[in-house]
Design a protein around this ligand. Structure first.
Ligand code: EPZ
Length: 416
């Protein structure tokens, strides 16, 4: 299947933002920390969630779906995540924490390099070792023995989202207090902590640079609704800003995408927002952004870099984008150039000179967010664009073509 887009339409309408992929994934991993029933509400129907459920089932727990609600319960019977399953989901690495907390042993295939960079896991491994986990790596597998795991005071080299989640879950049952410093502050970390605390965990400091975990004996059942997806929300806003029109987002926590909405203000888009909704009005004629650098939360998110770049391809003037988090997150650039974009990449920096118009082209999605960027550019371009390898996009966006059709876009999912 491919996405076929006929560009040129302005976008009008309302979109109720899907639940956050990057909150649901660690929360599903956290559901392993009790054999009681854990129900997660309104899960997005996306490939990454489906793959995570497959991994949980392979570990021996029960997984039940009731519409968009997912219930996980039962004992972990298998402590190994195979190469085949681990490669389905790069972020399966944070399954180590809960499996070690419950079973004291785990074996997981190295998640390996990814489409956006090396995706090293040294911070995960070093943190677990500081907790006393014995780790050997051989034949592409990471073998962990947590028999002597104990509380520790750990300083992370970088505020890694996955490593923060892994270490919180690994230390949850330790006898004493574990302190994690220089941790990630993303809203998805805060949501994971709220989820775990709803199960009886004693964690504090979420959203700050220091998180403290007071070990407890066990955790109990919960019913939990994760936060909305700030990256999907930002993607749809950027589509509206680029094409012009008027879009209202509901079920959005606008303080979580403040770094994006403040950029719109300088780009002749009107933004009106209350706590859980945002209205964007745009004439589709954007002004270039002198310089924007991706950084850790609450800075501009790397997961919106490709989508922002798409919006700047026809902006007036020259924009400079610096991608600080991942080494190869410009794979969308050659695809944009097929459409007539003027982009020069040198190392971490991309220089985008606005052109008068883009032309529809045949493009290939290379990764999740780059693929979303191609969709935005296709919506703006004159003529028809065809995007292949759209399974990348389906990893994180639920029915992206239906969401955009409802806003007036000419986009459909068709056979190649
Ligand atoms: C999470 O990935 C997100 N994924 C990513 O979203 C997001 O881009 C990233 O955080 C940054 O915000 C999920 O939450 C499932 P990191 P993660 O560890 O945890 C370096 C998407 O599109 N690093 O915070 O893998 C790393 O190379 C995905 O939804 C190490 O050096 O990211 C990067 O430069 C893509 N050693 C930086 O830290 C480590 O052990 C941030 O990575 C771990 C990370």
């Amino acid at each position: 299947m491919v996405l076929k887009i006929e560009g040129g339409n302005k976008l009008y309408g309302t979109y109720n933002v899907q639940t956050a992929k990057n909150a649901v994934l660690p929360i599903l991993a956290g559901s392993l920390l009790t054999s009681d029933k854990v129900t997660i509400l309104d899960c997005p129907n996306i490939l990454d969630v489906q793959n995570m459920l497959e991994i949980l089932s392979s570990l021996g727990v029960n997984v039940e779906k009731n519409g968009s609600n997912i219930t996980v319960f039962g004992e972990i019977k298998n402590i190994e995540v195979s190469n085949e399953l681990s490669s389905l989901l790069r972020s399966s690495i944070f399954l180590l924490g809960p499996i070690l907390a419950v079973k004291q042993k785990a074996c997981i295939a190295y998640p390996g390099g990814c489409d956006i960079g090396l995706r090293p896991i040294d911070i995960h491994i070093n943190g677990l070792r500081e907790l006393g986990v014995k780790i050997t790596e051989e034949f592409g597998y990471i073998n962990c023995d947590a028999t002597n795991m104990k509380p520790a005071d750990i300083l992370l080299d970088l505020p890694s989202v996955g490593a923060t989640e892994n270490l919180i879950m690994a230390s949850i049952f330790l006898n004493g207090k574990t302190v994690l410093r220089n941790v990630a502050k993303e809203p998805e970390i805060v949501d994971l902590v709220h989820f775990l605390n709803s199960m009886g965990a004693k964690i504090a400091g979420e959203g700050t640079a220091v998180i403290e975990i007071e070990g407890v004996k066990n955790l109990h059942s919960t019913i939990y609704k994760p936060i909305p997806d700030r990256i999907v929300a930002g993607t749809i806003l950027l589509a509206g800003a680029t094409c012009g029109g008027e879009i209202e987002l509901t079920n959005v926590q606008n303080d979580q995408i403040f770094s994006l909405t403040t950029k719109f203000a300088k780009n002749y888009c009107k933004i009106y927002s209350s706590y859980d909704n945002i209205i964007l009005k745009s004439n589709g004629n954007l002004k270039a952004i002198n310089q924007i650098e991706t950084s850790y939360y609450p800075g501009f998110p790397t997961d919106l870099q490709a989508q922002l770049m798409a919006s700047l391809l026809t902006a007036r003037g020259t924009s400079v984008i610096v991608e600080n988090l991942f080494e190869t997150r410009y794979k969308q650039v050659p695809e944009f150039i097929k459409m007539g974009a003027d982009i020069k990449v040198s190392g971490k920096t991309a220089i985008v000179r606005g052109v008068d118009r883009l032309y529809g082209a045949e493009m290939t999605a290379k990764d999740l967010r780059g693929g979303a960027g191609l969709v935005i550019a296709g919506l703006k371009a004159e003529g028809v664009s065809i995007i292949s390898n759209i399974y990348h996009i389906d990893r994180g966006y639920e029915n992206i073509e239906k969401v955009l059709q409802n806003l007036g876009a000419k986009i459909e999912r068709v056979h190649e």
